[in-house]
Every structure is written in structure tokens, then in C-alpha cells.
Ligand binder design. Structure first.
Ligand SMILES: C[S@@+](CC[C@H](N)C(=O)[O-])C[C@H]1O[C@@H](n2cnc3c(N)ncnc32)[C@H](O)[C@@H]1O
Length: 277
């Protein structure tokens, strides 16, 4: 697993508040009409998406390994129908937790070394007719050097100011967050798939025909390829994350067929977990 979020929870939450609006909108746009019974957010962090799902699902489970992230989730986004648990997302399994009408994971799966196995388990976790929404970063090289993040931070500031994409105080605040040494230490330990690897790995599990992903951009809902029972799998290039303007789509994945029968190799034993209060 790559770097922990324990020391950067507050930082992350503010960063996500500043740049996460488009992803929230995207997520809301791919939820099935009428919501459902049970949803799970794997690697829920500070609970932004769990809270969003709570308006559409009767019960929401958010799991994360980081206690500081979960404490913020509870403090800022504690809701009666959301349960937060400190667990490795790979321990959430159909045989112990049952299945979910919606499985969401955003920017968490690149932290796993055993992605393939985790994807099969996610497929198994999904109830018949349910939906999976998986979102993660991709980059041309597995490790991205510090100087790239610094350059990107400055470029983001420039275009935020030039194009008036956010108030100047927020633009400068984002620069400070993007160039914070502890944040950069974390980002440089991350390891990313490139777009081809992403397509192959996710496509193997969810649909062999997934071949490409739309870059974050589109305002054109008419081209939304997602229909009930399908799986939006979205690769967000690192270059786009900090630049997204509020009110625009965070990215539109090509939709793969909904999960098929469970993979038998995914059946393993129960694992302990801890409720966060
Ligand atoms: C970049 S944050 C994203 C948080 C949230 N999904 C969001 O989009 O706001 C990644 C989160 O994944 C969590 N994480 C990483 N590996 C995990 C694992 N194996 N099991 C559960 N959570 C994990 C981290 O602790 C962190 O909170």
C-alpha cells in the first residue's frame, strides 16, 4: 500500500472541498434513478461521497483504513443512515457483508498492490442489477516526480486566476495546499496505472470491451453512455484533477456491462473490523 492519509486528513478534506465539486456532480449523475437500499464507499476518506449517497440509499457503509480520515467523516458528515468503519476495503466481502446495490470507490484503488483481486471482490460485492462506479487517477508513469506536482500547482494557479475559475483567495489557498511538503511527500509515494493498463485491468473484470475513457470535460449529457445496470469506470488524468472548474463534469467513463456471476477465487475468510464512533 502507498502513503497513509493519517497526517494529511484535514489537508485532504479541504483540497477535496476545493476541487471535488465536479466529481460530486458526476457521481450524482450516474446514480440510478430512485437510489436503492444499500451502498458502500470503499476508501471513503472524509465521507464526502458517503454523505452524497445517503440522500439516495437507505443505508450507506463507508470504509477506510485511516482513523483520522474517518474521524473527520464522522465529525463533518455523520448522518443517521451512514456507518463508518475502519477497515481495509479488501475485507468488505459479499460473504460477510452481503451485497450492495451500489459500490463506489474514488481515488482509493491505486493504493492497492493487489488491484486485480480487489476488483474481482468488488464485482462480487455488487447485487444483481446493482451498479459499480470506480474512479481513479492515471498517469503516464507509475511514479510522478515532485517537480511535476509543483509545476502543475503553479499552472493551476495561473489558469484559475486567468480564467477566473475560482475566487483569487481560493486559488492561492489551492496553491498552498498543492505545494505543502507533507502533501507532496504523500503524492510522490503514489503509484499509478497508465491509461492503457487501467483500461486493461478494469476491463478484464468488468467488461473486456472497455477500451478507453473520456477525459474530464464533458458538458454534453446527451452523450452520456451510462444506462441502468452499467458500470462507469473513470480514469482521471492527474493533470485534470486540480483544474476542473466547478459545475463541469469530472469525467465520463465508458460504461462496461454490469458485473456477472461472482468469481469463485474471491471467497475467503472473515476479517475483523472496527466501527468508528
Ligand atoms: C485520495 S483518498 C480518497 C477519499 C475519498 N474516496 C474521496 O474521493 O474523497 C484515498 C483514501 O483511500 C483510503 N485507503 C487507501 N487504501 C485503503 C484500503 N486498503 N482500504 C481502505 N481504505 C484505503 C485512504 O486512507 C484514503 O482515505
Amino acid at each position: 500500500m502507498t502513503g497513509s492519509f493519517d497526517q494529511i486528513a484535514v489537508h485532504f478534506d479541504r483540497f477535496a472541498e476545493l476541487v471535488g465539486g465536479p466529481l460530486d456532480e458526476y457521481l450524482a449523475s450516474v446514480l440510478p434513478d430512485g437510489g436503492g437500499e444499500r451502498a458502500v464507499d470503499l476508501g471513503c476518506g472524509t465521507g464526502r461521497h458517503a454523505a452524497l449517497l445517503a440522500a439516495h440509499y437507505r443505508q450507506v457503509l463507508g470504509v477506510d483504513v485511516s482513523v483520522p480520515m474517518l474521524q473527520l467523516a464522522m465529525a463533518r458528515r455523520g448522518l443517521a443512515n451512514v456507518t463508518y468503519q475502519q477497515r481495509d476495503l479488501r475485507q468488505v466481502r459479499a460473504d460477510t457483508d452481503g451485497t450492495f446495490d451500489l459500490v463506489v470507490s474514488a481515488y482509493a484503488l491505486h493504493h492497492l498492490e493487489d488491484l486485480d483481486q480487489a476488483l474481482w471482490r468488488i464485482r462480487e460485492l455488487t447485487a444483481p442489477g446493482g451498479r459499480v462506479v470506480l474512479i481513479d487517477n492515471v498517469a503516464p508513469t507509475p511514479a510522478v516526480p515532485r517537480r511535476w506536482f509543483l509545476g502543475e500547482a503553479v499552472r493551476t494557479l495561473g489558469s484559475d486566476l486567468l480564467r477566473r475559475r475560482r475566487p483569487p483567495t481560493e486559488a492561492w489557498e489551492l496553491l498552498r495546499l498543492n505545494t505543502d511538503p507533507a502533501w507532496l511527500d504523500h503524492l510522490t509515494t503514489d503509484r499509478f496505472l497508465n491509461p492503457t493498463q487501467f483500461t486493461q485491468q478494469y476491463g478484464q473484470v468488468f467488461d473486456a470491451s472497455v477500451t478507453g475513457f473520456h477525459p474530464p470535460n464533458t458538458d454534453d449529457d446527451a452523450q452520456d453512455p451510462c444506462h441502468a445496470g452499467q458500470t462507469p469506470v473513470v480514469a482521471v488524468p492527474l493533470t485534470d484533477q486540480g483544474r476542473l472548474a466547478r459545475g463541469r463534469g469530472a469525467g465520463r467513463g465508458r460504461c462496461a456491462a454490469r458485473p456477472g456471476p461472482a468469481d469463485p477465487t474471491c471467497r475467503t475468510g472473515e476479517a475483523p473490523h472496527r466501527q468508528v464512533r
